[in-house]
Design a protein. Structure first.
Length: 105
């Protein structure tokens, strides 16, 4: 009986030390960092500045093009979608979600 209680106490102690260390690490991560002196080697480098022409080129590269996801005629009736896919000989994409669309459940 004593050995069992000793094992339980040791396990609880190990768990509390583990959780305490994790919480202390999280608290340290939330504290603001100290700023480095401007002359030191740890000083932050200035942000890269791009010209207006470079910005326009980058913006054109990442801008969504027409003919994408929003242009598809999505069907919400599974039975009708199955009949249409069978008639056209095409596969069926079933998109099912449970909870928040970004997985924040």
């Amino acid at each position: 009986m004593f050995v069992i209680r000793l094992k339980i106490v040791a396990g609880m102690l190990a768990l509390s030390l583990l959780l305490g260390g994790t919480l202390a690490d999280q608290t340290r991560a939330l504290q603001p960092t100290q700023r480095a002196e401007p002359g030191s080697s740890n000083a932050k480098k200035p942000a890269v500045v791009i010209s207006a022409d470079q910005f326009d080129k980058l913006r054109a590269l990442i801008r969504p093009r027409p003919g994408g996801f929003d242009d598809i005629n999505w069907m919400t009736d599974l039975w009708e979608a199955r009949k249409k896919a069978a008639a056209e000989g095409k596969p069926l994409l079933v998109w099912v979600g449970d909870g928040h669309p970004l997985g924040w459940t």
